[in-house]
Write a protein that binds this ligand. Structure first.
Ligand code: P6P
Length: 337
């Protein structure tokens, strides 16, 4: 019986494989793992304590903020500040980025972009939600206050990225650019344990994931692609199955394991779509690319986008490489994204 390897043990073992690593990133990843365990405890008992429902406020996106959103945001930011490896955070829940000014964090070389609780509209109905994180090295001079440029880096510059999915089990999945590994929380010992080493997304799949309620506002190219998904064609395993949870982390995590494509496109009213570059699309794109998949805005690689603002949005087509390429083919042929 091989022993389980915990996230902390894995991160330390991996660190020894990179002689230049001082352990800062390792400690930062462990800080995120700790916050995830604390948030998981609240998510798992959300129905039992007064933490459900709205906080009575709206966030910078104008979206109603659920109490668990606020709790998760507070916990992750606190863990990052206390951990001392992070100089500052950009969060979906905060209009501007936050700089940590304590003596230890002042020397930190990493910054984090965070969606503390993605899919929060699902909280009250007990459907999986997630946390998404993206880690960069700061580009402004060490010890100086952070600048917006530190956060507006291309996704290809990420040092690490990943997500936590609070579902039937709670998993932490991340990459540092050397493959993707998944850890399942064992509540009996309170540790994330390596359960999905070297994750690899199937080159194709049978699942397409998009909010078809918006079908009439989709481009002609996307409409044609969705018709293609629904056609009967045994040799290509069509019709595909439509699965849409309304929680990006849950939809993409499922496709990472089974194969599939997740699409949140632009529309006439919202040409850049809904999902944010910094703390949703970039980190998920890094993970999926590292697992052998593809992530574009319908044409351009997500990780090549130069963000112009903290909460910038982009259309996203992400998942099994062959499925994303096929969708792009329809967009080129019939127009749109
Ligand atoms: P819609 C959740 O609010 C979220 O940000 C993603 O997790 C999810 O994929 C998407 O929005 C759902 O948006 O417009 O289909 O409800």
């Amino acid at each position: 019986m091989i022993g389980v390897e915990t996230l902390d043990e894995f991160v330390i073992r991996k660190q020894t494989e990179y002689p230049y690593a001082r352990g800062d990133l390792s400690r930062l990843l462990r800080d995120l793992g700790l916050a995830a365990k604390v948030v998981n405890r609240e998510v798992n008992k959300a129905g039992l304590v007064d933490i459900l429902g709205s906080a009575g406020t709206t966030n910078v996106q104008g979206e109603e903020v659920k109490k668990l959103d606020v709790y998760a945001n507070t916990r992750f930011i606190a863990a990052l500040e206390l951990g001392g490896q992070c100089r500052g955070v950009a969060s979906e829940e905060n209009k501007d980025f936050i700089t940590f000014h304590d003596e230890v964090s002042k020397n930190a070389k990493y910054i984090v972009a965070l969606d503390p609780l993605d899919g929060s509209s699902n909280i009250d109905v007990n459907i999986s939600v997630g946390t998404i994180f993206s880690i960069y090295r700061r580009v402004s001079p060490d010890h100086s206050p952070l600048t917006l440029e530190d956060f507006l880096q291309k996704g290809s510059q990420q040092a690490a990225a990943g997500y936590i999915i609070y579902g039937s089990s709670t998993m932490l999945v991340y990459t540092t650019g050397y493959g993707v590994n998944g850890f399942t929380l064992d509540p009996s010992i309170g540790e994330f344990c390596l359960s999905h080493p070297n994750m690899s997304i199937p080159k194709t799949g049978k699942i397409y994931s998009v909010n078809q309620g918006n079908f009439l506002s989709f481009s002609e190219g996307l409409k044609q692609y969705l018709r293609y998904c629904r056609e009967i064609d045994k040799p290509t395993n069509r019709p595909y199955s439509s699965r849409y949870i309304g929680s990006m982390v849950a939809d993409i995590h499922r496709n990472l394991i089974t194969g599939g494509i997740f699409i949140y496109p632009g529309t006439a009213d919202a040409p850049k779509g809904k999902l944010r570059v910094l703390y949703e699309c970039n980190p998920m794109a890094f993970v999926v690319e590292q697992a052998g998949g593809r992530a574009t805005d319908g044409a351009r690689r997500i990780l090549d986008i130069e963000p112009g603002e903290l909460h910038e949005r982009t259309p996203i087509f992400i998942g099994s490489e062959d499925m994303v390429l096929k969708a792009e083919e329809f967009l080129r042929k019939f127009g749109g994204c």
